[in-house]
Design a protein around this ligand. Structure first.
Ligand code: IPE
Ligand code: IPE
Ligand code: MG
Length: 253
């Protein structure tokens, strides 16, 4: 049996994903299985965020994008939403010293104005305090949905047209992408969803056009470093063709 260290050694350092995105799902089911409250599952999930961030940083991954709270999650029971908001603010503050030590830069993606003031302030503080960091960029998607983001990009471009700054014919894919919340960030190479559902749930729809998708039944609180390395090893066994033939891709390498 391979140990986690063996698996890390097996990683091809020349073919590491630059950007890993994750849909952190399964906290509620994890809690239910243990006979706990859903909020206990979310609290446990914070430990996985800590581990995944550390390992991404240690492996030299440049961007980690985590789906922490979707626009649709606002429709959950008020008590669960309040717990999640509290946890997000508490966790980011607690993690800040270690994020700084590991040179991790926090970036916030989503309709952050909707986050309650207390948590929002802690998020902004963490973002500002890590602005100088040059290691892993941790993108936290909060009150985020991809359709919201795409509509927002369309709105921004429409305004530029109205102001006479661009013509509709000038609009390119690159320009559209530059008005998304992820402007300047390369598209994810690998998207991991825990919790067993094989769907995208309104996440990064534009950006994942050519991402490798990895679905695992492991619930988010149980998602270990070894599970993460397994996902990267699986990614490294795939051939990314971007529409070309296998022969073309092999000749390029
Ligand atoms: C993911 O876990 C966390 C959030 C969506 C905020 P869930 O709370 O969705 O857990 P399940 O899917 O009910 O198990
Ligand atoms: C997706 O999980 C959103 C986050 C992980 C933040 P959900 O649990 O909200 O997704 P659905 O409802 O099962 O599609
Ligand atoms: Mg879920």
């Amino acid at each position: 049996m391979d140990t986690i260290q063996d698996k890390i050694t097996r990683l091809d350092r020349d073919r590491m994903p630059v950007h890993v995105a994750m849909i952190m799902d399964g906290n509620g089911r994890w809690a239910k299985r243990q006979g706990f409250m859903r909020s206990d599952g979310h609290a446990e999930g914070v430990s996985t965020v800590h581990r995944v961030t550390k390992l991404s940083s240690d492996l030299g991954i440049k961007y980690l994008t985590l789906y922490a709270f979707s626009t649709e999650n606002w429709n959950r029971p008020a008590e669960e939403v309040a717990t999640l908001m509290y946890l997000i603010g508490w966790a980011i503050e607690r993690e800040l010293p270690e994020l700084l030590r590991n040179n991790v830069r926090i970036n916030l993606i989503g309709d952050i104005e909707r986050i309650p003031e207390d948590a929002r302030k802690r998020l902004f503080d963490a973002r500002d305090a890590t602005a100088h960091c040059t290691g892993l960029q941790l993108n936290m998607c909060l009150s985020y949905s991809s359709r919201w983001e795409i509509a927002d990009s369309a709105r921004k471009l429409a305004r530029l047209v109205k102001e006479g700054k661009i013509s509709p014919d000038d609009i390119t894919e690159e320009m559209f992408a530059d008005h998304l919340a992820t402007a300047g960030i390369p598209d994810p190479d690998l998207l991991i969803r825990t919790g067993g559902e094989e769907r995208i749930s309104n996440y990064l729809l534009w950006q994942i056009a050519y991402s490798e998708l990895y679905f695992t039944p492991v619930l988010w609180p149980d998602f270990s470093d070894e599970h993460y390395v397994d996902a990267i090893l699986d990614f490294q066994n795939r051939e990314r063709r971007f529409g070309k033939t296998s022969e073309q891709v092999q000749n390029e390498n």
